[in-house]
Design a protein around this ligand. Structure first.
Ligand code: T1G
Length: 700
């Protein structure tokens, strides 16, 4: 069995220490250990109080998620918790770190809870498509009230010790040694003849909440906005309603078990757990061992004080790393610094940032117009306009000023890393670090490996991403790398559908209904239509599918930036409003191209756009641009708003199945007259009845 629980007697206390590194999930050995050792302490007459704590920096990180797909061994969690809750000797939870999911639920079955300053509390099961299935939906509302409990369960956020104390989740925060505080707490219980306190018997909050039916409607409205398309939030709200409206605790537990089973059976749970494990797997690079030495990053520099450069500089300041922001002219620098200051002021005003953090972060951001001042930077990230010649010029300058061993990174979203590296004397130190706009908000970092990039540089960039609180994924070097290469194909289908008969609002609506965070045309308006248009005018290359965007730009419709693009926008609003002018523009362009427009179903829109992602993703895998198909999923979820509850494009493609994909591609060819050539990998998997998600390269 996996994991263990140590038993130690000190004074009149039995100390049960959960030991299942690195984060002490409630694996089989932990559950069995708790079950057996609680009983042992009950039987031992010298024991007055039981203390449960965790080894290392985690109390209990929840149920062992990896057990969900396998055979369950050891005592079932409900049996363990029932034994704890029926203990005739008080149990103190000495919470030494993360108490999440089943970890917090275990602590709620103790009589008392104390913690140290490193503790974290939460019921984040909703992020896995689950709900707190070990009594959390029934106990937490009784302890802190339904409204506060719903916020914690639906937001999946981590609660720090001070808030946990205020809410009543814990009884005390240890100032110094946690175990000393636990013994002192036990001594006090002994002096008071060991009073028990079972949450299941509390009713004060429950009685008050019976008069607040509005909190459940409010929770449903919030979930509809923040978790559109997900099933677990609704089932969680039903359980908390039961906790308030059903006085019989065990009936509430039965409702929780019923809804937990609904979650467990759902495809969303399987998809979200796929995402959980694979956002961590993305950090594992087969040909770069985790022991590979990382370079020390104490000082950073960013070239270009525009939106991207400013956002990247904020990432470093937020991580406590000093950063110098350099621009070509003072005006650009001042504008960039002002934008950074405004962003921090907004966070301060919203209470998301303490004054001390605001000041500390601003103090870490230096500015300069002089490349010589970057000489002591450990990493320099170029984030200027997407122009290869300009980037090459900058890297030539960096090569002449950067210290030996400095990492020279480009934020390019599609250009050739090797061409940039070749202008330096140190191609082994050059790498792609592609942030997503706004860089201080978007969680994805696409790290791009050049042909000569050193393994230590890759390892450092991947770890730096984690330090900057990004999900880092490694990509090989090709036009568009992984994410944008797939986006190009997705946009081609969307633009083709526009000519064939659909309108922007039809396409965006269908894809948002599928779960995409934003439709392609609303996204196009957000980024700006004029960027591509100017490039096409310069190159003289414009495809049929670009002609609508070109016509809109000719009419000075550049997107949100000037209030009209594929949609129109009211003053100070980002809400896209369909516009008849756009409809007539599309119809005119289609007519000039001799395309007879037709009615197009939402199903066809979704199938063509999502299949374009899957097919290009399979080619990216074949070409070793991605190590594993789940890396593609993580990129598309965290960088492009693909719904996590569908697991990502490749996980979704696996659900469709390679054979079905081939059949559907053939049908699309017949229906549209377009070529839908399946990637060789999909053909191969169709023959072998294989799975995309099990496919892994040795490296990129
Ligand atoms: N089960 C199994 N493995 C887990 C795990 C878990 N609950 N949590 C983490 N791991 C693995 C993880 O995959 C990684 O493995 C390693 O531990 C380090 O994790 C009944 C049903 C605790 C905040 O959702 O949020 O309880 O990659 O890299 O950055 O109602 O782990 O090294 O092989 O994330 O320090 C609810 C999930 C479960 C918490 C620590 N609990 N974990 O972060 O380390 S469902 C959660 C986390 C449940 C009950 C329900 C984080 C962390 P590997 P890490 P970290």
């Amino acid at each position: 069995m996996k994991g263990t629980v140590h038993y130690e007697v000190k004074k009149f206390c039995a100390i049960l220490t959960i030991d299942n590194p690195p984060v002490n999930p409630l694996s089989s050995g932990v559950r069995q250990g708790l079950f057996d050792l609680i009983e042992r302490a009950q039987q031992d007459e010298q024991i007055g109080t039981i203390i449960i704590t965790g080894a290392g920096n985690s109390f209990i990180a929840g149920a062992d998620i990896s057990e969900f797909s396998g055979k369950m061994e050891g005592a079932p969690l409900p049996a363990v918790l029932n034994r704890m809750e029926s203990s005739t000797k008080p149990i103190i939870a000495a919470i030494n770190g993360s108490a999440l999911g089943g970890g917090l639920e275990t602590a709620l079955c103790c009589d008392y809870r104390i913690c140290n300053q490193q503790a974290l509390f939460g019921l984040p099961e909703v992020k896995l498509g689950l709900l707190p299935g070990a009594g959390g939906t029934q106990r937490l509302p009784r302890l802190i009230g339904a409204e506060a409990a719903l916020d914690i369960m639906l937001s999946a956020r981590h609660v720090k010790p001070s808030e946990a104390l205020t809410l009543g989740i814990i009884d005390a925060v240890a100032e110094d040694d946690l175990m000393e505080a636990a013994f002192a707490f036990a001594e006090d219980l002994k002096n008071r003849e060991y009073p028990l306190r079972k949450i299941r018997d509390l009713s004060e909050h429950q009685q008050q909440d019976k008069n607040k039916p509005g909190i459940f409607d409010a929770a449903r409205r919030l979930a509809e906005k923040t978790a559109r398309g997900q099933r677990a939030p609704g089932w969680i709200i039903e359980c908390v309603e039961a906790a308030v409206n059903i006085d019989d605790f065990d009936k509430g537990i039965a409702k929780e078990a019923e809804n937990f089973f609904k979650c467990f059976k759902s495809s969303q749970r399987k998809a979200l757990i796929h995402v959980f494990f694979n956002e961590r797997n993305a950090a594992k690079i087969p040909d770069i061992p985790k022991e590979t030495p990382r370079r020390d990053i104490k000082k950073a520099a960013v070239i270009g004080a525009g939106t991207m450069g400013g956002g990247i500089a904020m990432c470093f300041a937020n991580a406590g790393i000093e950063v110098t922001l350099l621009d070509a002219d003072q005006e650009g620098l001042d504008k960039g610094l002002a934008k950074i200051q405004k962003n921090y002021e907004l966070s301060l005003a919203k209470g998301k940032l303490k004054q001390s953090s605001y000041e500390q972060r601003l103090s870490l951001i230096k500015s300069s117009l002089d490349y010589q001042e970057l000489a002591d930077a450990d990493v320099i990230i170029e984030a200027v306009f997407e122009n290869l010649a300009l980037k090459k010029k900058i890297f030539e300058q960096l090569d002449s000023v950067a210290k030996s061993g400095a990492i020279l990174a480009t934020n390019t979203s599609a250009l050739n890393i090797d061409e940039i590296a070749q202008v330096t004397s140190r191609p082994e130190d050059v790498i792609g670090m592609h942030f997503f706009s706004p860089a201080n908000v978007m969680p994805l970092l696409e790290v791009v490996r050049g042909a000569e990039t050193a393994k230590g540089v890759i390892a450092t960039a991947m770890s730096l991403g984690k330090k900057l609180k990004k999900v880092s994924v490694l990509a090989g070097n090709c036009p568009g790398f992984i994410g944008n290469r797939m986006l190009f194909k997705y946009m081609e289908q969307a633009s083709q559908l526009l000519l064939e008969g659909a309108l922007p609002q039809d396409i965006d609506g269908a894809l948002q209904e599928f779960g995409m965070a934003m439709g392609p045309f609303a996204m196009h308006d957000l980024v700006g239509l004029d960027l591509g248009w100017r490039e096409r005018k310069k190159s003289g290359q414009s495809r049929d599918i670009d002609k609508v965007a070109d016509a809109l730009c000719e009419a000075e419709r550049f997107g949100q930036k000037n209030g009209r693009g594929f949609y129109r926008y009211d003053e100070n609003s980002r809400q896209p409003i369909p516009d008849d002018i756009v409809t007539s523009t599309i119809e005119k362009v289609a007519s000039e191209l001799g395309i007879e427009r037709r009615s197009i179903s939402s199903d066809e829109i979704v199938q063509r756009c999502i299949y374009a992602l899957i097919n290009e993703g399979a080619k990216i895998l074949e070409e070793s641009i991605a190590i594993r198909s789940s890396d593609i999923d993580i990129i598309y979820i965290y960088g492009y708003g693909f719904p996590a509850y569908r697991g990502g494009p490749m996980f979704y493609g696996d659900k469709v199945g390679a054979k079905q994909l081939i059949e559907d591609f053939t049908a699309l060819e017949e229906q549209t007259g377009q070529t839908w050539e399946a990637a060789n990998l999909i053909k191969q998997l169709a023959e072998q009845d294989g799975s995309l998600t099990k496919w892994q390269r040795t490296s990129v």
